[in-house]
Design a protein around this ligand. Structure first.
Ligand SMILES: *Cc1c(COP(=O)(O)O)cnc(C)c1O
Length: 415
């Protein structure tokens, strides 16, 4: 092991269990380790690296702005924020945007907006607002958000949790309808669950949910932090169902892989509940974040990465689905967002991810014994083919060595 690993292990909290590789350089879809070995990044930093690593246009936006003006706080106007918010609103069809940093902060902002809207606009009695979420959700790691997670480890030891949340089956519009009460304020949903296992709901689910929301005056809030910005082959994954939600959260790829940049976007009626002093963030909307966020949105459109994700995603899914191996239980996905679920009795996704690392392919296991693929959207067909060939080889090898004792890795250590 190299010294940086020793130091990290000695001085770092062990809230992650990184795979045994130390990355020192990145360019496009490739990453290099301390020994100069090259890997193809099929994981894309949980979809934060959608533009490929160190994209020249984004690096230029970052460094040009860093030389000109850094953080000044929101106590003053800066000359970069407006253009970023305007671009984000016009692309998503939302009226107003509120900049934060991490994804979890954007989700917290959504929850605060929904609650205040409940009291100021909908007329829910004080402190009675209810928000409905989905089983298998992932919305971040704050106390409020993990309070409605269905993963026991995420909650264990962190209670008590804020009340006012209810969880229903993902993909089941009638379960959602049945959970609505007069105090229901919002439905918070990932159009495709990422961490939960790349779970694609039945066709028409979101459209049905949107109808039910309208019928009951309930806000539809789509968490598009992972599924948005072209990942699934549409700008927002909810567009596959022709749905325009009341509010959206964006993050991850919005920072171009360079910085944490997130947004909560909403209709005017929702966002107008925030008055000066109600909510804020020291770094949210800083000039560097705004410059990078705007460059990320422009790059997404100028390089036609949404169309590319749809086209190459179909290729990736077809190639994965064509692998013949009894270890594979299911291939799920949309655009360049795919999950390969393995038979739990035959293979552990974590062990397969470790073998893939040795074969030069970076992936990561997630829930439901699934290997996730969210490569940079700039990936090309031959790079996908190369990676899928390695996947097929590793699964073959795994099956051959099935009976022997392979790597026994915990399946539940994730982002
Ligand atoms: C990653 C993720 C978050 C949390 O983002 P952070 O930047 O890690 O706080 C929230 N929602 C979804 C859907 C995510 O995938």
């Amino acid at each position: 092991m190299d010294r940086s690993v020793d130091l990290e292990t000695c001085f770092g909290a062990s809230n992650y269990a990184p795979m045994p590789v130390t990355i020192v350089r990145g360019k496009g879809v490739y990453l290099w380790d301390v020994n100069g070995r090259r890997y193809i990044d099929m994981m894309g930093a949980y979809s934060a690296a959608s533009f490929g690593h160190c994209h020249p246009r984004l690096v230029r936006a970052l460094t040009d702005q860093a030389r000109q003006l850094d953080t000044i706080s929101r106590a003053y106007f800066n000359d970069r924020l407006g253009a970023f918010l305007a671009r984000a609103c016009s692309l998503t069809g939302m009226d107003l945007a509120l900049p934060m940093n991490s994804g979890a902060e954007a989700v917290e902002t959504a929850l605060k907006a929904a609650r205040k809207w409940a009291y100021k606009v909908k007329g829910v009695p004080a402190d009675r607002a209810e928000i409905i979420v989905c089983d298998g959700n992932f919305h971040g790691r704050t106390i409020t958000i993990i309070g409605f997670s269905s993963v026991p480890q995420y909650r264990d030891g962190f209670g008590p949790f804020p009340p006012g949340f209810k969880s229903v089956a993902f993909g089941d519009a009638q379960a959602f309808r049945a959970a609505i009460t007069p105090n229901t304020t919002a439905f918070l949903v990932e159009p495709i669950q990422g961490e939960g296992g790349i779970n694609v709901p039945p066709a028409g689910y979101l459209a049905e949910v949107a109808r039910i929301c309208r019928e009951h005056n309930v806000l539809l809030i789509c968490d598009e932090i992972q599924s948005g910005l072209g990942r699934t082959g549409q700008l927002l994954a909810c567009h596959h169902d022709g749905v325009q939600p009341d509010a959206v959260t964006l993050g991850k790829a919005l920072g171009g892989g360079l910085l944490p940049v997130s947004l909560f976007l909403a209709r005017r009626e929702v966002m107008q509940v925030f008055q000066p002093g109600d909510h804020g963030s020291t770094f949210g909307g800083n000039p560097v974040a705004a410059a990078v966020g705007l460059a990320a949105l422009d790059t997404l459109i100028d390089e036609k990465l949404i169309e590319r994700s749809a086209r190459l995603g179909a290729h990736l899914c077809a190639r994965l689905a064509a692998i013949e191996n009894p270890i594979i239980r299911e291939v799920r996905g949309r655009g360049l967002f795919a999950g390969l679920e393995l038979e739990p009795d035959l293979a552990s996704a974590a062990a397969v991810a470790t073998l893939l690392l040795r074969a030069g392919v970076l992936t990561k296991d997630t829930h439901r014994n699934t290997i996730r693929f969210a490569p940079p959207l700039i990936i090309d067909e031959s790079q996908i083919d190369w990676a899928v060939e390695r996947v097929a080889e590793v699964l073959d090898e795994f099956r051959r060595r099935e009976s022997s004792t392979l790597v026994d890795v915990k399946t539940d250590t994730l982002g």
